[in-house]
Design a protein around this ligand. Structure first.
Ligand code: HEM
Length: 373
């Protein structure tokens, strides 16, 4: 499999393909769902014969199958995302964002049932076929929640606007269809339309509290330790603009202290082993308090990942026992939250710890504006 991945140009190409195919797939499924609901509701585009509209509907479904295959295969070949082939068929067993990825798998299973029964339609009782076809109504929102919860790009404005736009389009079509239906009773239809109309707002509210927040990657179940293990092809680096995907890595170095003014400058420097690798230097300006303790006034950070030419610089946001909360930015790019934990005394000729990059600290400090997704 790694050979195929290499032939496709490495994990970056696979990653772009996986995201692009996911987004185009969502667009195709949305258009086809809208078309299907409209046809059922008696809508007809101008002079088009009925069979032509149905052929478009059927071919869009087949295009969705092809896109879904591309999406799943590129995800599976991408060494960065540890998913596993079983997780593409059995929902909720993936080590990577199990629930949100599991929704994608569930949607795939439901769609497979719809497509297979449609291909075998002439051999099935019409009621059976119709009953299975109703699963489309379930598979679409499930796929949408998967997209929002799993996608790296949910926090990109245009991607989020597109996803919310899909919800709006489907909701409007369902409302239109229900309004024109003669069954069920008017009161029930009114309730149904109100519930569907509330869907876009609910998606907005939930996204604001979930995927659009810093620290979502960790909450969604991204296995950061797996990324840190240095698995072949898994560098932790996604492109040059920013280290978009978070990683956890071991830190090995030293901590030196030198007097300055009425305090000290403590310099912690060392190598990041795993993830994006490279060298990290933290410089803390500390003041001597009357009881002999040191109070850190400010801190500066420089991080040079092993891959690429970007240099991240930033500040120490807070200092806790054995842990420094950092915020780093690659020049003009957006800033990333990070946390460096150090075990053992400081200063010391040898210190070790863990660097969590792109992952907002568990306590919540420094979460605002983080770029992990
Ligand atoms: C009908 C089913 C599915 C649809 C409509 C769908 C759609 C999407 C969309 C729109 C995204 C967001 C891409 C982005 O943010 O740029 C996404 C991401 C993702 N999907 Fe799916 N997907 C489906 C099924 C699956 C399945 C079965 C898997 C399991 C292998 C899967 C794995 C993933 C992963 C791992 C990501 C995150 C990729 C990344 O942004 O790094 N999806 N999907």
């Amino acid at each position: 499999m790694l050979t195929v991945a290499a032939a496709l140009g490495g994990s970056m190409t696979l990653w772009y393909l996986a995201r692009a195919s996911g987004l185009v797939l969502l667009a195709v499924l949305t258009v086809n769902l809208v078309l299907g609901i409209s046809i059922q509701g008696g809508w007809h585009p101008g002079t088009w014969p009925r069979f032509a509209v149905q052929a478009v509907h059927r071919n869009l479904a087949l295009l969705a199958v092809v896109l879904l295959i591309v999406h799943v295969v590129t995800i599976e070949l991408d060494p960065f995302v540890p998913v596993g082939w079983w997780a593409a068929l059995v929902p909720f067993v993936s080590p990577y964002r199990p629930f949100w990825l599991g929704l994608g798998t569930l949607s795939l299973d439901l769609l497979a049932a719809v497509v297979i029964t449609s291909l075998l339609r002439s051999h099935l009782r019409p009621n059976w076929w119709r009953a299975v076809h109703w699963l489309t109504y379930l598979s679409w929102p499930v796929a949408l929640l998967h997209s929002l919860g799993t996608g790296t790009d949910t926090r990109l404005t245009w991607v989020f606007a597109f996803e919310v736009g899909c919800v709006g389009l489907v909701a409007a079509t369902v409302i239109f269809r229900v309004a024109r239906a003669s069954r069920p009773r008017a009161a029930v239809r009114g309730l149904l339309m109100a519930a569907v109309a509330a869907a876009p707002m609910s998606v907005l509210a939930w996204s604001a509290a979930g995927p659009l927040q810093g620290g979502w990657a960790r909450r969604a179940g991204t296995p950061t330790t797996a990324l840190a293990s240095g698995a072949p092809g898994s560098t932790g680096v996604r492109g040059q603009a920013s280290l978009l995907v978070p990683f956890t890595a071991r830190f090995l170095g030293s901590a030196n202290s030198s007097p300055s003014g009425n305090g000290e400058t403590i310099t912690i420097s060392g190598q990041v082993q795993g993830g994006a690798g490279g060298q990290l230097v933290v410089s803390l300006s500390a003041r001597q308090l009357s009881d002999g303790a040191l109070a850190v006034d400010q801190g500066a950070v420089t991080y040079r990942p092993a891959t690429g030419s970007l240099v991240y610089t930033g500040t120490v946001v807070s200092v806790g026992p054995g842990s420094l909360v950092l915020r780093l930015a690659p020049g003009a790019g957006s800033s990333e939250p990070a946390e460096l934990t150090i075990s053992g005394p400081v200063p010391a000729s040898s210190v070790s710890g863990v660097l969590y990059f792109g992952i907002a600290p568990a306590g919540g400090a420094g979460e605002d504006g983080g770029q992990d997704s």
